[in-house]
Design a protein. Structure first.
Length: 265
């Protein structure tokens, strides 16, 4: 075993310690990616189940002051009533499918029992460069009708990353909050809001908000396998380096000395 004494040198001790530290770190990263994979797969299944569920009346899932849960999110709901365009607001800094910046149109929908449902009717472009003027908004259908949409929770800065700025122009907001709208309207507002899917707008405006996309869970699975392969490869790579170092040392010992010949007198 004296041939492996070089492993006690400073260089090889440091290299071995680094390799030993990398193995559990990579295994831990693999388990973290596995957790992310399971989490995203469960979330995708939850979204799929909600989108494929049969429509239900909105008041079966939410009520004034209710917090929409992850299990209720994206469920298709229906509501009967009329739009109140006089209290309509726009939600700033929203993008469409082409990443163009504009507004979401949030219109109160007064139910037959007097409660109010917030309806996000879709996206409209900003009018010119001014952000203070209220944009022109296509009118919704008049009179009593039935709307259908995907139930969504109230927006928060923590979930969206959007700051709830104050001092905005009249009838403009940053985040959709049923509690804030209840105070503004002085009415009983159902918790959350809906992203309208029917009836479809005339002239394709406001532009309807598309369904949520699936999170890339398979990518986390690939990362999980990758980290565990790295962990398995560390000792293999360490041993390859050891064998290479040993071979180089043996070959160096076998080479004849190359002492210079004495000079002729």
């Amino acid at each position: 075993m004296h041939r492996y004494r070089f492993l006690l040198t400073r260089q090889w001790v440091v290299l071995t310690l680094v390799a030993i530290a990398l193995i559990p770190a990579m295994i831990k990263l693999g388990f973290w990616q596995e957790h992310r994979y399971q989490e995203r797969s469960a979330r995708n299944q939850l979204v799929s189940d909600a989108l494929n569920a049969d429509p239900v009346p909105v008041e079966r899932l939410t009520s004034p002051g209710h917090t929409v849960t992850s299990g209720e999110r994206y469920h298709t709901v229906t509501a009967k009533g009329r739009f109140d365009t006089g209290h309509e607001v726009v939600v700033r800094r929203r993008t469409n499918s082409d990443d163009a910046i504009g507004y979401h149109v949030l219109t109160p929908f007064v139910l037959t029992d007097g409660k109010v449902l917030l309806v996000n009717r879709g996206w409209i472009p900003a009018n010119g460069t001014s952000q203070s003027a209220f944009p022109e908004i296509p009118a919704p259908p008049r009179g009593e009708l039935t709307v259908t949409g995907r139930l969504m929770p109230d927006e928060t800065t923590a979930a969206s990353g959007i700051k709830d700025l104050k001092g905005l122009p009249d009838r403009q907001i940053m985040l959709i909050s049923s509690a804030q709208e209840a105070r503004r309207l002085d009415a009983q507002v159902l918790g959350g809001y809906i992203a309208q899917t029917a009836p479809e707008p005339k002239g394709d405006t406001p532009e309807p908000i598309g369904p949520p996309g699936k999170e890339d869970a398979p990518l986390n699975y690939a990362y999980m396998i990758q980290w565990w392969l790295f962990a398995a490869g560390v000792p293999v790579g360490w041993w390859v380096l050891v064998r290479r170092e040993l071979r180089d040392r043996i070959e160096a010992a076998r080479r004849p000395s190359e002492d210079p010949e004495p000079a002729a007198v």
